[in-house]
Design a protein around this ligand. Structure first.
Ligand SMILES: [Zn+2]
Length: 466
């Protein structure tokens, strides 16, 4: 196999065709349904799906069926079946991506914006480019590179949805309704994850789950003069007491034993192997202010802390006015939105129940305390990968990245992974992606690292070869 001709084809296709198409994708504010209640009448999800469909049609892959699934009251999806090429291998590969986007966010650089594609220093900026519009273009380009070079490949089925950022609520419906297309799935490639640097091919080995809920505390019927302070506990102080039940404020350790898990030995070994690579990666990835440091000095502890340990974030607060609106009062309520990340293999339903009991039991000062609107995202731990696949991916890593394959857990969640694991119990998984240091998928200045995306396309082409 001629590595250079694959590489040459893929780099040229990215420059001539993929980047222009991704620029058009970035211009479409195709917010995920939960961020745009008018998603159906606005037609933006269908518009971006149609754009991708037309691009795929123009690519002219052999023996390929491309269709938009647009069922009533469902988000649209793109289903592409590319028949096996020059092989009788019946095993097929399911490739996942999504085209819906997170909201705009704030803090974009002056010359950039969510819906304005800008290329700077080999990076394509704009909302939704790296999360996750590139996936369909990358997968199709990888397949086309093989056909162009007359290299056999397995059957590939692409399922590109438009509700991922809303919890993939239609995914199970697509998988069930079009199950014939997925019947022979032996490998699932999920192109919606991250990489810890832009030097190596990274495989995501685990994802944490999450439990979210609104903690509401009420002590008074209405605002009262803060001259009464001391006699009445503030709802904020009650909040602090309740949070102390869960989190050690000094160390960030989660105090509830049920939220912890035994880390599998093979994962610990993997972490030890990549510890050195990740030390630099962590320092590069987190935009700390001058003089600040991470919660752990030791790289091993750092990795464990965001991949296998539970951790609490406070993502919104209500019941407090802004500085300019504040009076000298004791406020009646403090409500806070909690997001508890949980280890990959922890049962999220049990975690929800436990969190509710711990917070609502015996409220301080008899205050009204409730944990409401609870939800959860399941975690995922990659099943053991067979040696042949590990070697195939490893070969692609050395061929195109000049480094051995690297492994890493992710601290976030990809909710549909547990659904795919359930639907395809015998399939193997390759979870990877282009969200690297500062790619900022849900924040400002989201970007695609173009050279990395090209290399990953080359690697994907090798993995789908027959
Ligand atoms: Zn995504």
């Amino acid at each position: 196999m001629n590595i250079n001709s694959i590489k040459g084809y893929i780099e040229k296709t990215w420059d001539d065709s993929v980047i222009p198409a991704l620029k058009e994708c970035i211009k479409i504010p195709a917010l995920s349904p939960i961020f745009n209640k008018e998603w159906e009448s606005s037609g933006l999800l269908l518009e971006i799906t149609t754009l991708a469909r037309n691009w795929c049609l123009d690519l002219g892959l052999k023996n390929t069926n491309i269709q938009i699934i647009n069922n009533k009251n469902r988000t649209p999806a793109l289903l592409i079946e590319v028949g096996a090429y020059q092989t009788t291998d019946t095993d097929s590969i399911l490739i996942y991506g999504h085209l819906d986007k997170q909201p705009e966010s704030v803090g974009w650089d002056e010359n950039k914006g969510p819906w304005t594609p800008v290329i700077e220093d080999d990076k394509l900026y704009g909302r939704g480019g790296a999360d996750d519009c590139y996936a369909v273009f990358m997968a199709m380009t990888a397949i086309k590179a093989l056909q162009t070079n007359d290299i056999p490949h397995k059957k590939c089925v692409l399922l590109i949805e438009t509700a991922e950022e809303s919890g993939s609520f239609d995914l199970e419906h697509y998988l069930d309704t079009y199950q014939d297309a997925f019947a022979q799935t032996g490998l699932i490639i999920c192109l919606d994850s991250g990489c810890k640097d832009f030097e190596r091919l990274w495989l995501t080995t685990s994802l944490r789950g999450a439990v979210v809920g609104q903690l509401k505390i009420q002590i008074l019927k209405e605002n009262i003069h803060s001259g009464n302070s001391g006699m009445v506990a503030s709802s904020f102080r009650i909040l602090r007491q309740l949070l102390d039940r869960i989190e050690d404020a000094k160390t960030g350790e989660i105090r509830i034993e049920e939220f912890h898990t035994q880390i599998p030995t093979h994962r610990l070994e993997q972490i030890k192997k990549t510890e050195k690579l990740l030390k630099q990666a962590a320092a590069d990835a987190i935009p700390l202010v001058q003089g600040a440091r991470l919660a752990y000095e030791n790289p091993f502890e750092q990795i464990i802390s965001y991949t296998w340990k539970p951790a609490l974030s406070y993502t919104a607060i209500e019941g407090m006015p802004s500085f300019s609106q504040a009076g000298n009062v004791i406020r009646p309520t403090t409500n806070i939105l909690l997001s508890l990340r949980i280890p990959p293999n922890l049962n999220p339903e049990n975690a929800v129940k436990k969190l509710k009991t711990v917070l609502e039991n015996e409220p301080p000062y008899g205050a009204r305390v409730s944990l409401e609107n609870l939800g959860y995202l399941p975690g995922w731990d990659m099943p053991q990968m067979p040696l042949w696949l590990d070697e195939k991916i490893g070969q692609a890593a050395t061929d195109f990245f000049n480094h051995p394959l690297a492994y890493s857990g992710e601290g976030g969640s990809i909710p549909f992974m547990s659904l795919l694991a359930k639907k395809f119990p015998k399939a193997h998984f390759m979870v990877t992606g282009i969200l690297g240091p500062r790619s900022n998928a849900h924040g400002p200045n989201e970007f695609i690292h173009i050279p990395y995306a090209k290399k990953l396309t080359c690697a994907i082409s090798q993995i789908i070869r027959a």
